[in-house]
Design a protein around this ligand. Structure first.
Ligand code: DC
Length: 225
């Protein structure tokens, strides 16, 4: 029962706000497990494409997702994602997968299955869980809820720095359009839209360093432990 799961730090927020990097680090410092739910939607998208599922057929998507042999393990600080014998850690981060996620992320049958897995994960041990609907839908009774935000400009800047560090050419204007489009889709979809839970703390990271954000999250948890 989700109502019994409370030892959760629920972190929600838009793309590029730093949820997974700071969430992972905060989890390490707190001795909590870390759950990257975006990776699960990415894996489901990869799996549906791999199985040639019709991405416009909600029933087929729910069915194929229910059969996904998903395995997520932390190996030396890297989240390894496998679907059966396939290591899809990198494959789920491609622009193609990011584009196609919208075919799945509003399908109730897909979400229901992934939410069940997320709650089962959170029930096992104290967890920092990040995504779009952690505080609103998946863990409504989470003891700590944080809505991590940053200005679009800052999120573009961070993503551009990340891409440049990986040797990619960066088109800042295109990146901004892409982030704004993802925000719009995440916030306006009918099923589990991204929104701040009424009892979530707003943490605007626009002017904070990575360490300051991690520190703020750790403080929130330790103050209210
Ligand atoms: O955080 P991310 O970029 O890896 O997430 C990938 C996509 O998955 C994003 O477009 C929104 C969706 N998502 C979701 O609908 N619900 C979640 N709990 C996590 C991610």
């Amino acid at each position: 029962m989700c109502t019994e799961i409370t030892e959760i730090v629920a972190i929600d927020g838009p793309a590029g706000a730093g949820k997974s990097s700071v969430g992972r680090c905060a989890a390490q410092r707190l001795g909590f497990a870390f759950l990257d739910t975006g990776a699960m939607y990415r894996a489901a998208t990869w799996w549906a494409i791999h199985n040639s599922a019709d991405l416009d057929d909600p029933e087929a998507l729910a069915d194929v997702t229910a059969r996904m042999p998903l395995d997520m393990t932390d190996e030396d600080g890297t989240l390894r994602i496998r679907a059966g014998e396939h290591d899809i850690t990198s494959a789920i981060r491609t622009p193609e997968i990011t584009r196609q996620i919208y075919k799945l992320d509003h399908v109730p049958g897909v979400r229901a299955h992934l939410v069940e897995l997320q709650r089962a994960f959170g029930a096992r041990k104290p967890t920092v869980a990040e995504g779009r609907d952690m505080g609103t839908v998946v863990f409504p009774k989470a003891k700590w809820k944080i809505y991590l935000d940053a200005s679009v400009e800052e999120r573009v800047r961070r993503r551009a720095t990340q891409l440049a560090a990986n040797g990619a050419e960066v088109d800042t204007a295109a990146l901004k359009r892409e982030i704004e489009e993802r925000d719009h889709k995440n916030m306006t979809r009918a099923v589990s839209p991204l929104r701040r839970a009424s009892d979530a703390r707003l943490l605007d990271t626009s002017n904070l360093t990575f360490d300051e954000v991690v520190g703020a999250i750790v403080n929130i948890v330790q103050e209210e432990a």
